[in-house]
Each structure stands twice: as C-alpha cells, then as structure tokens.
Design a protein. Structure first.
Length: 485
C-alpha cells in the first residue's frame, strides 16, 4: 500500500503498522499535510526536519526492530517538540533568537521518545521565553486556534497544540508552568496532561520558573497521554528538581471510586455565561457516571493561585536570563515579554518577601494534601479518590481582545490554572464538547471547543488518568457535540 490517510491516534496507528502499513507511508502523508497547512498557519514550526532525514529514521526502525512482536510502544509514532526542549544539533530558541544556542546533547524526555521508536518531526512555535498563556507573544508569528482564525491558540506551548489538533503529529512534548499545556489543549480541542512535577526529567529544557516547571504532554486522547507518560517518566538524578521514587510501592486497588469538588459559585462568576453552562453540564455527566459531588475548601487553591504571579515568586522568571542581559538587551524582546520582566523588577521583592511566600506555599500545599486524597475503603480492594474539577479557563478570548489587554487577559486565563504546580498537583485538561458562536466562515457557523481540567494530589497520576478515561468514554457515549452544545 503506497498511501495512508488514517488517524494519528497512537493505538490506531500501531494497528495500521500491524496490518502492513510502513512508517514511510505515514511520514509522506504527514509532510503532505504539513505543506498544505502552511497555507493556513505558516509559523507553526520554528524548525521542521527535512523529510529525507525523517524517512531515514523511519527506514531504521525496521532494522532496529525486525520482529513486529518486539516493537517498542512508540514505534513509528511522529511527534513534535516545544522549542524550549533540547535536540542535539538543532538550535533551541525558546522563542527568542537572541538567546538561541545549539545543544550538543538532547533532553532525556526527547531521547526516551526516540528510544521507544518515535519519529521526530520538528520544533514548534511558542510564547517567547514561555512567559504567557495566550500564544500571542512570539516574534516568529502569532498562531490562532485550529477552530477559529479569530481566537487565540493558547500558550506557551502554542505550536505544539496546533500540530496535534491538526493531525500533523500524534503527540507533542511541551512544558507547563502556569497552565502552558492545559490552556492550549483547551483552545484546540485536545488533551493536555501535566504529570506530577519532577517525575519526568526537565533536564535539557530551558526553564521559565525552575521551581514550578513541569514537562508535559499534548495528545488527541487520554490513552495516548498515558502511553507517552509511561515512556517518559522516571527519576533523573542529574535533574536537581526531580523527585525521588516512592519508598513504598503504590497502592493498586481493584476498584476505584471518586468524589470531586468544584470552585464555589463566586469563583465561577469570572467565567463567560457559555462556559458556566458547559461546565455545569460536564459536572452532571460526572455525577451520572459514578462521581460524587462534594464540597471542598477552595481557599487554599485560590490563595496558591495568587502566589505564582502576585508574589516574589515572579522574580524567578528573571533567573533564566544571563547576568546583565536584560538591562542591555531588553529592546530585543517582544514588547509584552519585556513588560512582564519590567513588572517583575518593579516589585523590588526582598529575600524576606521570598521566604514569607515560601512559607505560605508550604501552608497551602499541606492544606491541599488533606483535601485531594486517595483513601482505602475496604481492605485495599477499593479506594476513593478525591479530585478537584475546574473550567480550564474562564473563556476563549479573541486575538484582538488580547492585543488590547495582553497582561489582564493573560492573568484571567490562569484563574483556575496557576495553582497547580505551586501546590504540586497532577492535572489533565480534556475536551468536553463544543459550542456555537456567531462567527461565520465559508458559510458555516464556527464552533469552539470547551473543556475542563481534573486535578489530583501529587503522585496520583495513574489514578487520575483512570477517572479521566471514564469521563472521556462517557462523553463519547452521549455524544459530546450534541450533549454539550
């Protein structure tokens, strides 16, 4: 068979390989798609691998794994990489050419994917220095949602989301500090999985805030997110922020129940009316499929949300720059990026301020440890997981709206996102249907995606994914677009 035109869903793709499709057929089809999509958004890629090099890598797969039964979990699976993640011999720009460099070694997270049979397609556009959540701060060009040319793509892992949503790759490696995986996942109708911080090596990843950064994944579904996570996770002693493996083996209950809380009505008032409606409908689906809605204390979540950008913590953004670089070169930055750094400097935070904020973080983390729990119910056979479910963002702004208020809208987008890494939570943003807006393109009304983020306590990645898969299946059964319209 010389032509392939199927899904890049990893399970589907591996089935095609079992049926005789070759990775070369898939790569040719992908590059045809990439060429066509460049007419729509020409700035998706900062670096696109030459097709000849990818074909050479695809040819090498059958040599490396001649027996189909021994193929690794990502055999022939194409993926993209945020341009803050090192790939040996290819410049890492972090969306900022004046600070670009060419690494001599690849980031472990990238190498894990290559070792598991993945095929690297290229490095994607991103918000400059990973400073925002809109996707509108890149000197390489502003991207838009794959659902609407008028609406923002989300950031900072913006190009990553486009490549997955548009079917140009199966998954993408990115990072999440304040919501940089979760927000673009929402705005492009895909899944964004932020594992427990420090459980996937961040070595070889240009930092935004070292204490809060988390290597994360964008996929078309939750099963794919779990597959990539299983390939990439593990303790890396050379990553100084990596977490040590647990001393005790994880619990493995035969049955998992869950209860969940949501933000109080006052907190949800920031959401658009459409988002409040959609969110209520998702909550009802969760209740109908085994979830028990309970009242959880929102205060530590809200307090932690303020710490990320409205405290001395924001000063950590400045540590990513060489000494004296900003004062001498700030005119080289995107105007909004420069404004963010100038705002951080203007705080004049002291070491005392920082320690006070660290004390607050410890207090809020301890409070949430007692809220988002996994409790054994009956002799290790049943466990109950307590979760927090939030709208991923309060609304979906247009590019024009962001241009008029770039800092204000960026802050509002993090209303239910900024606290996740501050509190050391695991979270997954997942699509939950679409809704119609007034915009008409080519005679059709535009539909935008809606989604929620489900959050669990640190280390509960596997349990969270199980619950999320159940919600994904439930939404599929009722028909996302019809039910959540």
């Amino acid at each position: 068979m010389d032509y392939w035109a199927s899904s890049l869903n990893i399970t589907s793709l591996l089935q095609d390989y079992e049926a005789g499709i070759k990775p070369q057929h898939v790569i040719q089809a992908i590059y045809d798609r990439i060429e066509a999509y460049q007419l729509v958004q020409p700035s998706v890629w900062i670096h696109l691998q030459p097709i000849g090099e990818v074909m050479l890598a695809a040819n090498g797969l059958s040599i490396r794994w001649p027996d189909p039964k021994d193929r690794p979990p990502l055999y022939g699976v194409p993926f993209s990489v945020k341009d803050s993640i090192d790939v040996s011999g290819i410049p890492t720009t972090t969306g900022c050419s004046p600070l670009a460099f060419t690494p001599s070694a690849s980031a472990p997270v990238y190498q894990h994917c290559i070792d598991a049979g993945g095929l690297f397609i290229g490095k994607t556009n991103m918000e400059q220095l990973a400073t925002g959540m809109t996707g509108c701060r890149s000197p390489f060009g502003t991207l838009h949602s794959t659902f609407s040319k008028s609406h923002i793509v989300g950031g900072s892992s913006s190009g990553n989301a486009v490549t997955v949503s548009q079917g140009l790759v199966s998954f993408s490696l990115g990072s999440d500090t304040a919501g940089s995986i979760r927000v673009p996942a929402l705005f492009n109708g895909i899944c964004g999985f932020k594992p427990t911080k420090g459980t996937v090596s961040a070595r070889g990843v240009s930092p935004a805030c070292l204490h809060q950064d988390c290597v994360s994944f964008l996929t078309s579904n939750i099963e794919d997110a779990e597959r990539v996570w299983q390939v990439c996770k593990g303790f890396d002693k050379a990553d100084f922020f990596a977490k040590l493996p647990p001393m005790l083996p994880p619990r493995n209950p035969n049955s998992l129940r869950f209860c969940f809380g949501v933000p109080p009505a006052a907190a949800l008032e920031i959401c658009s009316p459409q988002y409040r409606k959609q969110f209520a409908e998702v909550i009802e689906v969760l209740r109908q499929n085994g979830g028990k809605l309970v009242e959880l204390d929102w205060r530590p979540f809200a307090a932690a949300n303020e710490l990320l950008y409205n405290s001395s913590f924001v000063m950590e953004r400045l540590t990513i720059l060489p000494n004296g670089w900003f004062a001498q070169n700030k005119q080289l930055l995107h105007p909004v990026t420069r404004q963010v750094f100038e705002g951080a400097l203007a705080r004049n935070s002291s070491a005392v301020d920082l320690f006070k904020d660290l004390h607050k973080q410890a207090e809020y983390k301890r409070a949430v440890e007692d809220i988002l729990t996994l409790e054994e119910v009956v002799e290790n056979e049943v466990a109950e997981l307590t979760l927090m479910v939030v709208p991923t963002t309060p609304s979906h702004p247009t590019i024009k709206e962001v241009e008029e208020d770039p800092i204000g809208i960026n802050g509002r987008l993090g209303s239910f996102a900024h606290f996740a890494n501050v509190l050391d939570l695991v979270g997954i943003a997942m699509p939950c249907g679409t809704y119609e807006i007034g915009e008409i393109i080519e005679g059709k009304k535009t539909r935008l995606p809606f989604g929620v983020t489900i959050l669990a306590g640190t280390g509960l990645d596997r349990e969270l994914l199980r619950v999320a898969m159940g919600l994904e299946e439930a939404l599929s059964d009722v028909g996302q677009e019809d039910y959540l319209a």
